[in-house]
Design a protein around this ligand. Structure first.
Ligand code: K7E
Ligand code: CUA
Length: 664
């Protein structure tokens, strides 16, 4: 009775597929005629979509109003932002402004969040920065599982860490590392977000001092910082944080141990040669060569639980670093002696370190290797306990022999980088040079399958794939190069995120998504229902930086202008479709402080506050108080207006700031 006309040979599969759908629908009783599916078949034929493509389209398409099952938080690379993407639809939901001013969100323009952008402990250099190289986002965890409360992200270029509150998806804090200017493996969290881990990348003289390269070994140092996170306050507390001093080996990524490896952190390094580069005319090798001579570098095994104890006992020294900001540092000799820091060799330009869901295995990639190298936490613990070391490095750090820590080397292809996991015991490793995702079995240490991706995959993300309980279902390949995948838009190409269905026996490439801002590095994918964001602020008069009712909240009818000396305070409200007051008169040279309360309770009823000539634009979401602060140093008449199209009379939601010239 199902009649499919004009089914060509090539399209037979689609016909069957759609016929299947049709029959399924008949059984479910929700359609009565075959017409709409004939039309779908025609479209598929006209677009030359094979059955696979049709299936992929059906897996990702979300009709209007249908929400995604997962949310991915991706690093925004150079944009200094975080990209929020629905999975599997691959729809961009938001860019979260973090290290870069962002006018739509009013970030960096509102007087309060401008201070967030400048950092809590940042030296003048970094307080002025307007960009970042964001690498690794980390969702806060409870018992090794994402809890959906906070998100952290690191800035590789300037050694900074940001805290984002996932109740309103806004950045609340930026901290600067006083020990150096670059990080890499940041941010990674310990299983209860006790600490946010930030290792340095390019070693510098500790605390930003000067020392010539000839003193590299003596004076240059790396660090692995453990930023203490106060969940209640939603802030990093620098005073309760500490760092472990590390040799100048160019530390790389880190991951925190969990379950069996709880209490440890693992970080790569890749310049154990301590190459110092090639000055012009010098016979020294370039870093590219100099830092890749050794067959093995050192995996850093950090016992942060023990480090905590040593710090509590006063075993750390206080280092006054960049900008005069202080941090407690466990000196290298103490770290070595107390076995807070222990090494084991890791092969060929190591990169990526990922702990398996059960915490038993530590998987390390190698940019020039062909294996994923797997270490056993049991073996590592045994060696440390028995004091079974093959020697010490130049700085006295004990080294566990490779054979005493390694469990397996899985041959998966050239250039393995990062590994994530599913719920069936498989690991998925990004293999950069080969441009594939390699699927292999944990415990069997056997390669199952390679899926070509396009092109040059860097990181890889899986649904809850780095937690104690991965979900399976989806993997996203974060590819560095797109080359021919999208319509050309000039020599700077977008990145390519490719969605891979991992629910079946074979991996299936489902979707290509261009990312047109910055080069993302890591991403994490959380089950959407774990997030509980507000749709409007909890109370009218909310200060989103303090996450509390603001003392400057203004109720309707209580608007006022108060002058105190040379400062004019404006307590204003915003509601569709007017500001009150809408005429503000000040004198040239006055400082103007405005608190604008959006008294709306309707979802999405955001008002903007744009003031021409003064570089001000606020986004005042329902319930929020916007904070404006500036010196009215230009006389004239300056229109201000609501910059969100909020209502039919939105254009009328405007006013004048009148700055009267100084009398001669
Ligand atoms: Cu491999 Cu910064 Cu995680 Cu980039 S790092 S890809
Ligand atoms: Cu308020 Cu437009």
């Amino acid at each position: 009775m199902v009649k499919i006309k004009k089914v060509s040979k090539v399209l037979g599969g689609i016909g069957l597929f759609i016929a299947g759908l049709f029959i399924g629908s008949l059984i479910l009783g929700n359609i009565t005629a075959q017409g709409p599916y004939d039309r779908a078949l025609e479209i598929a034929k006209a677009r030359q979509l094979n059955p696979d493509a049709v299936e992929n389209a059906l897996k990702t398409y979300h009709p209007t109003g249908v929400l995604d099952e997962y949310i991915m938080f991706s690093s925004g690379g150079h944009s200094g932002q975080v990209i929020v993407i629905g999975i599997p639809s691959m729809r961009i939901l938001k860019y979260i402004a973090v290290f870069t001013p962002e006018p739509w969100q009013g970030y960096g323009f509102d007087a309060e969040n401008k201070k967030v952008l400048q950092g809590t402990n940042c030296d003048p250099l970094r307080a002025k920065l307007t960009w970042a190289d964001t690498h690794h986002p980390a969702i806060s965890e409870t018992n090794g599982d994402y809890d959906g409360q906070f998100l952290f992200i690191g800035d590789k270029a300037n050694a900074r860490i940001a805290v984002i509150d996932l109740r309103d998806f806004e950045t609340k804090q930026i901290v600067c590392n006083p020990l150096g200017y670059s990080n890499h493996g940041a941010a990674f969290v310990t299983p209860n977000s006790e600490y946010i881990i930030e290792p340095s990348q390019y070693a510098v003289p500790q605390g930003g001092a000067y020392a010539p390269l000839s003193e590299y070994e003596k004076k240059y140092r790396g660090f692995i910082t453990f930023w203490y996170f106060d969940r209640k306050a939603g802030r990093i507390i620098p005073e309760k944080s500490f760092a472990v001093e590390a040799p100048p080996y160019w530390q790389d990524l880190c991951d925190a141990g969990k379950l069996e490896s709880y209490g440890f952190a693992f970080c790569n390094s890749f310049n154990s040669e301590m190459a110092t580069g090639k000055p012009l005319g010098s016979p020294n090798p370039l870093f590219e060569v100099g830092a890749s001579q050794n067959d093995m570098d050192y995996l850093h095994i950090v016992n942060w639980k023990k480090a905590e104890e040593i710090v509590a006992k006063g075993g750390a020294k206080e280092v006054v670093g960049i900008g005069g900001f202080k941090i407690k540092v466990i000196p290298l000799d103490v770290a070595a002696k107390e076995r807070i820091l222990v090494f084991t060799p890791e092969p060929k330009s190591p990169h990526g370190v990922d702990v398996s869901p059960d915490g038993k295995w530590i998987v390390v990639g190698g940019k020039l290797d062909t294996h994923a190298t797997v270490y056993s936490i049991q073996k590592i613990k045994d060696a440390i306990e028995k004091g079974k070391f093959e020697g010490k490095d130049k700085f006295g750090v004990p080294i566990i022999a490779f054979k005493d820590s390694v469990e397996a080397q899985v041959p998966i292809g050239l250039g393995p980088l990062h590994t994530v996991f599913d719920n069936k015991g498989f690991a998925y490793t990004s293999v950069f040079i080969e441009s594939v995702v390699a699927k292999w079995k944990v415990g069997e240490w056997k390669l199952y399958e390679k899926l070509p991706v396009h092109y040059n995959i860097g990181h890889i993300a899986a649904a809850e794939g780095d937690t104690v309980s991965p979900d399976g279902k989806w993997v996203v390949a974060l590819n560095k190069w797109a080359i021919d995948r999208f319509s050309p838009v000039g020599p700077l190409h977008p990145q390519n995120f490719q969605l891979v269905d991992i629910s079946g026996d074979k991996m299936k490439l489902v979707y290509d998504m261009p990312i047109p801002l910055g080069e993302p590095h890591y991403a994490q994918i959380i089950k959407a229902d774990k997030l509980k964001p507000w749709t409007v602020y909890p109370e009218v008069g909310w200060d989103p930086v303090k996450q509390a009712k603001s003392p400057y909240a203004t109720a309707l009818g209580k608007e006022r202008i108060e002058r105190k000396g040379k400062t004019v305070y404006v307590y204003a409200t915003a509601i569709r479709s007017h500001f009150t007051p809408e005429i503000i008169e000040v004198e040239e040279g006055d400082k103007v402080v405005m608190y604008i309360t959006n008294v709306e309770r309707a979802r999405d009823a955001t008002h903007g506050f744009a003031l021409g000539g003064y570089n001000i634009n606020l986004s005042i979401e329902p319930g929020e108080v916007g904070f404006v602060e500036f010196v009215a140093d230009k006389p004239g008449v300056f229109p201000f207006y609501c910059s969100e199209f909020c209502s039919a009379l939105h254009l009328e939601m405007a006013g004048y700031l009148i700055v009267k010239p100084k009398k001669e």
